[in-house]
Design a protein around this ligand. Structure first.
Ligand code: URA
Length: 230
């Protein structure tokens, strides 16, 4: 939210006072004096006015996890281990998953407390490629690639999938790149050809690649460079 809105939403300031406080250099966001009324205040920003802390701010947190098979993409589950059970952080109850994976899908999972950032990663409009390694029950035929490029109609959502790119690696294996994350999307795309997906592994989401040093179940914080790439 804009800093002038943030301040004038507080009962103690009217809009004129906010303007004067900004001009007088009385407002600091993350320790820096801010005079621009359009300056963005985030839930993670610390905001001070005339030396008084109005919002304490808290750290934004970003992790990549190598999701193992047999684990639920949820914050809580009564029966199965969840991906959040694998995260040993004091504030893990504040974290959410950016782009779920099915119970038996493995691979890159991003976990954060920054909703604005995670939306950029998952919204179909941003067209970030999600790359999956796939193994199937039946032979993958060359014509799959054309159909995936043209899009497949999903009756339940009444939509046609965005163009996807298929690299056939072998008779039963391929690498599929999609920009959306519809429910069971990859399995349903292969399901269009009555070809069951036996193994599914997410290798990357946009510029974020699963770190090969991470064994299934391990995680690490994202680097500043990785965070900025989204
Ligand atoms: N598509 C699927 O079908 N399952 C996943 O877990 C991810 C993408």
């Amino acid at each position: 939210m804009r800093v002038d809105r943030f301040l004038s939403n507080l009962p103690r300031f009217n809009r004129k006072q906010v303007r004067l406080l900004l001009i007088a250099g009385q407002v600091r966001v993350d320790q820096v004096i801010v005079r621009d009324p359009l300056h963005e205040v985030r839930e993670f920003s610390q905001v001070e006015c005339a030396g008084e802390v109005l919002q304490a701010g808290r750290p934004a947190r970003y992790f990549m996890l190598h999701k193992p098979m047999g684990c639920v993409s949820a914050t809580q589950d009564p029966q199965h281990p969840t991906v959040l059970d694998l995260i040993d952080e004091p504030d893990r109850h504040e974290l959410h998953i950016a782009g779920r994976l099915d119970y038996n899908t493995s691979g890159l999972m991003i976990i954060t407390n920054d909703g604005q950032w995670s939306r950029r990663l998952t919204q179909p409009q941003t067209k970030l490629l999600k790359v999956y390694y796939v193994e199937t029950e039946q032979v993958i035929l060359a014509n799959y690639a054309d159909t995936f490029r043209e899009g497949i109609y999903f009756a339940f959502e009444n939509l046609t999938t965005q163009p996807a790119h298929l690299d056939i690696l072998g008779d039963y294996s391929a690498r599929l790149s999609i920009v959306e994350g519809r429910y069971h999307q990859v399995k349903r795309m292969f399901g269009h050809f009555q070809n069951k997906v036996l193994r599914l592994h997410r290798e990357s989401m946009g510029p974020l690649q699963l770190d090969p040093q991470l064994a299934p179940g391990q995680y690490r914080a994202l680097t500043a460079e990785e965070i900025q790439q989204i």
